[in-house]
Write a protein that binds this ligand. Sequence first.
Ligand code: ADP
Ligand code: MG
Length: 572
Amino acid sequence: MPIRLLPPELVAKIAAGEVVERPASVVKELLENSLDAGARYVHMDIRGGGRQEIRVVDDGCGIPAEEVALAVQRHATSKIASAADLYRIRTLGFRGEALASIAAVSHLTLVSRPAGQEVGMEVRVEGGRTLGITPRPCTVGTIVLVRDLFYNTPVRLKFLRQPRTEAGYIHTLVTDYALAHPDVAFHLLSDGRVALHTSGSGGLRDALIEIYGLETAQQMIPVEKALGEGEMRVRVFGYIGQPTLSRATRRAITLFVNGRRIRDPGLTYAVEEAYRTLLTSDRHPVAIIGIEVDPAAVDVNVHPTKSEVKFAYADQVFAAVQRAVREVLQEHVAVPRITAVRAESPREERERGRPATRPLPLPRLGGPLFEEEEEVPPEEKGLPPLRVLGQMAGTYILAEGPDGLYLIDQHAAHERILYEQLAAERERLSIRTQTLLEPLIVELTPQQQALLGERLEELQKWGFEMEPFGERAYRVRSVPAILTRGDVRTRVAALVEEWSEGLRKGLSWEEQLLITIACHSAVRAGQSLSPEEMRELVQMLERTRMPRTCPHGRPTMILLTCQQLQREFGRR
Ligand code: ADP
Ligand code: MG
């Protein structure tokens, strides 16, 4: 085939492929246009997951009659005029591509009326061809109607999911925008049913309640932090969930930069990092994080859908996000409290026709018997002074605090203490080591050997001095001092095994090593402790930064409050 210029309609279709991937992409572009137009109200009505029909109505500034035809042309925009503008973008759109791209692969009708114009103007486009422009009465603002999306691109159509799934994508998208713009009222209808409704009152807290419900919103803590000056200034704000609000996927971490929803694996990781040791490795936090930077310090023109951005000071942004989240967590994460005391399973209860809660017998420790309470009074943020009462089942330390009875898991608590001690020593490069009187020989599997062999030098900084010994084994001359209580031989072998296993969970090898050492050095459950030892342990726990969870993310303590006891004893 000879080389030739492609007809404009084909060019438009190719370009549309980049911007319009699925119905949710259409909603995103139209929604962003409404926000750019200064709308206070955006109403969206979708049918068949958006494939059949998407209607977006706003009360924004509208488009003047003489520009309506231009709006649906490619590279037509009112948002930038020169190359210089490209580097100080304050609007969500700027490429002048969206309407034209959508119109190239659907039947599009746009009606718009700015304030001060008598009547609205309607333009209809079909598969990229403008059919006509006619006056049409309407209120001030813009209505865009997109029908039969992908009717002329059968391959795209084939890749779409079930309407319900596509509607789900749209719902997630609109939810994110509603959170990023709490001052705008968002309505989303899907096949005539209300899927989302926010009032646009302006408060993020209100939006959270409207979107997630009161119960979830109550488990979210505000974040606010600014770092740096001038062009390097980063402001981080939003809400993050208590660790009790974790999810099975990372999708509940929502990021915005200057009001634009973005994807950024690095920043998502920064949020997750801040929760490290507060959540078990298979759980992920819920967070809505807004980031504000100088528009000149962020390049939004990296990707056709503008969902990825490049920061001029990426490290600064990463640090600000991580610190903002971490600091709030340190302040707010509370001791789980026993809220319901139940002696038997609900089924047993029902069979005997008794109510699910009753005063006796005394609570036993254990998972499903207890539920965690959502709201935490501020006085519980720090650990109060605790008076040790005794040990129970060789595993739990009972202690009295001003607000009730604390049940402390001795192993988990000690793990937390050692974890923080060792981390601090490692940071100062001052891990105390113990030279073994008699070198230890440990045998390794080939995988373990590969793992260790690469890191002999670095392991020395951790206090492990070792060298290859024959085919499969290593000779260990010294270990971190905290490991030497008890039987070193079995500990080192078990440690290597667990460490290499744990590495599959996605933590860094040093983090995993730290957790494993802390776990292996900590007192075990079932080990009896003297009152003196218990007091020391509780005091050390009070001094840790995160006393309430062990490094694996499990709780170190449970609180039974005085009020609960009163209630259970019928004193109130
Ligand atoms: P971009 O948003 O990148 O400028 P679009 O193709 O999305 O490109 O829109 C083209 C132009 O149409 C915009 O620059 C804007 O002037 C106008 N426009 C589109 N949607 C609206 C709307 N809802 N309200 C007011 N003006 C709009
Ligand atoms: Mg746009």
